[in-house]
Design a protein around this ligand. Structure first.
Ligand code: CA
Length: 284
């Protein structure tokens, strides 16, 4: 049994934690085991290092009592390279905000213990000036005004797409001037400019829709990793997206036509029954 068959078998049994391993093995399957191990290691490390450097190991505090939303945010932001603390209660949240150093806080409005407004007031009263992003199911103008008056920096209404949240988080971190957030993502001669929201390949401008842009950004951030459709659905489309793979396939086909059709090497690949991967030539 080849290495590849073996690991694919593993993934079928346990879809959870093996995507890194499988994607890199698929890339490097023709080399001897000893070299393979070394390559896997260096590819994995360089990717992890790059991601950590991009987000500068920035620390985010989330205070959200809705279990699903909280877990989802923690996982998503963690996967985007941030260090995340999740608290489910306003009082605990404020305590953490005042005793630890965070680069940004994400607060729900309705919380047990102490509501989001009071947490924000406590943060500002203590002289902490980290950016604060409010999340709320309420979309009344009054709430937004109140939040902004109390010193919130942004306000996002639930339900929201994770890509939207991530974009707001990055903007706030950049504005705060503390972040060393990256401005460019690259693979071969493909370049994605996060600030100007522009994509070029071999110096030629490529026009993408906002969904295609988000899709390409995700693939580039996690290059050499096979991304399952469910993950793509949750990160690029609404968080409550009911995984309709056809939507992803159509978007992916359009993206590939724009990014790969007229260029070499081909970067985006379909991994049958598993998902998609953008392979960086350095790891091939
Ligand atoms: Ca709540």
């Amino acid at each position: 049994m080849s290495v590849r068959q073996h690991t694919q078998h593993g993934v079928n049994k346990d879809e959870g934690g093996l995507f890194h391993r499988v994607s890199l093995v698929a890339v490097c399957k023709s080399v001897p085991i000893s070299e393979l191990t070394a390559r896997l290691h260096s590819c994995y490390l360089s990717r992890a290092d790059a991601q950590a450097a991009q987000n500068g190991s920035m620390k985010i505090l989330i205070v959200e009592d809705e279990p699903k939303t909280g877990d989802y945010l923690k996982q998503g932001l963690g996967e985007a390279g941030f260090v995340v603390d999740l608290l489910r209660d306003g009082t605990d949240g404020l305590h953490h905000a005042l005793t630890e150093d965070y680069d940004l806080a994400i607060l729900d409005v309705m919380l047990p213990g102490m509501d989001g407004w009071a947490v924000l007031a406590g943060i500002r009263k203590a002289g902490k000036d980290m950016p604060v992003l409010f999340l709320s199911a309420r979309d009344h103008v009054d709430d937004r005004v109140k939040g902004l008056e109390l010193g919130a920096d942004d306000y996002l209404v639930k339900p929201f797409a994770f890509s939207e949240l991530l974009a707001r988080v990055r903007t706030l971190l950049r504005r705060g001037g503390k972040g060393s957030a990256t401005e460019f993502l690259r693979a071969a001669d493909l370049e994605l400019d996060l600030l100007r929201r522009r994509v070029t390949r071999a110096g030629k401008r490529i026009d993408l829709t906002s969904k295609e842009f988000a899709l390409l950004e995700l693939l580039l951030r996690r290059q050499d990793e096979v991304l399952p459709r469910s993950l793509i659905a949750s990160q690029v489309w609404d968080m409550n997206f009911d995984s309709d793979t056809n939507v992803i396939e159509v978007a992916m086909r359009r993206l590939r036509a724009k990014v790969d059709d007229n260029f070499e090497p081909k970067l985006i690949r379909t991994v049958r029954g598993m998902g998609y991967v953008l392979e960086s030539p350095a790891c091939a």
